[in-house]
Design a binder for this molecule. Structure first.
Ligand code: NAD
Ligand code: IPM
Ligand code: MN
Length: 349
């Protein structure tokens, strides 16, 4: 299948993990073509802006966008509009990627590597459906004059409905359990969230809906993660809970994501982790989250389920064989993980 993919290597470990992922895609989908685009720190260095016009134009002309990670300490003191993170938020907005699907699955062979007890995490298989283009990340007004600063958490009924629909439909395809996470005991914006999700539930009588306050959800996630199947939540809560969920699996270097809109624009695929400046350039980065994000691209953007299955099985086989990067206590480097996955794709084991 000939498809054009925009690659955004970004900063820090981004280029390292995307390189291994492309090697694998070249075998699984030899007809794919790629264009490389600048976003984040690398774009600031070249053009002085985190989301150049060229990137903005091109991401809409491709079939999917595969992005690694952006950001780094070098850019942390720039004015907000010039920061790498602002570029990423603008990219998500440009693609109307309001639904961020973040699966957290504990690989059986890695369950003992979680910082939590093996019996607590083993069997965990959940998905955080994070609203990605609204909430406090984007709400107006916002300001910081050095004396006083504020952000505004805003959601409209329409924004809540569209993300809740995605989550209900996910739940229907899984074990039909949906937990909506909010802070309705304190925040008006969360009360609207809860009311809208509750109302929508009547359209999905086969899905068992529950509600949980975010503080309790943070606790329940590490107390008994297996109680969760699909979690739907706002932008900020989803950001935090998905990093927390990553530690059930053993490492944030394992968590992929898909950022999807209404299907009229290309899907964006990005690992949950960041640019990991502390390990960049050392060959220590775990490329699995990036590779699993590519598998999500194969599945969701191109319905290439067979290829996605092959990639996911190859990754599982590598992890089962104890071929692991340092974040999981292993000795293999980024390249060696890439090669091991590649070998299993060429000669399935
Ligand atoms: P981070 O996710 O980059 O790193 C957190 C910790 O996890 C670090 O110790 C890092 O070494 C480790 N880690 C992350 N990914 C790993 C991988 N693939 N393999 C092995 N270890 C991995 O979060 P941070 O340190 O808070 O942020 C660093 C920069 O990344 C910041 O500028 C932040 O804004 C940015 N960031 C970008 C994205 C993105 O591009 N989607 C996501 C999160 C953070
Ligand atoms: C993520 C990141 C981003 C977010 C940042 C880098 C803008 O933490 O993708 O989880 O907060 O959404
Ligand atoms: Mn995050």
């Amino acid at each position: 299948m000939s498809k054009l993919i925009a690659l955004i290597p970004g900063d820090g470990i981004g280029p390292e993990v995307i390189k291994e992922t492309i090697k694998v895609l070249n075998v699984l989908a030899p007809d794919f073509k790629y264009i490389e685009l600048d976003l984040g720190g690398v774009a600031i260095d070249k053009y002085g802006v985190p989301f150049p016009d060229e990137t903005k134009k091109k991401v809409k002309e491709v079939d999917a966008v595969l992005m690694a990670a952006i950001g780094g300490p070098k850019y942390d003191n720039l004015p907000r509009e010039k920061r790498p993170e602002t570029g990423l938020l603008a990219l998500r907005k440009e693609l109307n990627a309001f639904a961020n699907i973040r699966p957290a699955m504990v690989f059986d062979s890695l369950a003992h590597l979680s910082t939590l007890k093996t019996e607590v995490v083993r069997g965990t298989d959940l998905v955080v459906v994070r609203e990605l283009t609204g909430g406090i990340y984007f709400g107006q007004p916002t300001a910081n004059d050095g004396q006083k600063a504020y952000n505004t958490a805003v959601y409209t009924v329409e924004e809540i409905e569209r993300i809740a629909k995605v989550a209900f439909e996910f739940a229907q395809k899984r074990s039909k359990k949906l937990c909506s996470v909010d802070k309705a005991n304190v925040l008006n914006v969360s009360q609207l969230w809860r009311d809208v999700v509750t109302k929508l539930a009547s359209n999905y009588p086969d899905v068992e809906l529950s509600h949980m306050y975010v503080d309790n959800a943070a606790m329940q996630l590490i107390k008994n993660p297996k109680q969760f199947d699909v979690i739907v939540t706002s932008n900020l809560f989803g950001d935090i809970l998905s990093d927390e969920a990553s530690m059930l699996t053993g490492s944030i270097g394992l968590l992929p994501s898909a950022s999807l809109g209404d299907g009229t624009l290309p899907g964006l695929y990005e690992p949950v982790h960041g640019s990991a400046p502390d390990i960049a350039g050392k060959g220590l980065a775990n490329p699995v989250a990036m590779m699993l994000s590519a598998a999500m691209m194969l599945r969701y953007s191109f319905s290439m389920n067979k290829e996605a299955d092959i990639l996911e099985s190859a990754i599982k086989s590598v992890l089962d064989a104890g071929i692991l990067t340092a974040d999981l206590g292993g000795k293999s480097n980024t390249l060696e993980i890439g090669e091991a996955v590649l070998n299993r794709i060429k000669v399935p084991v």
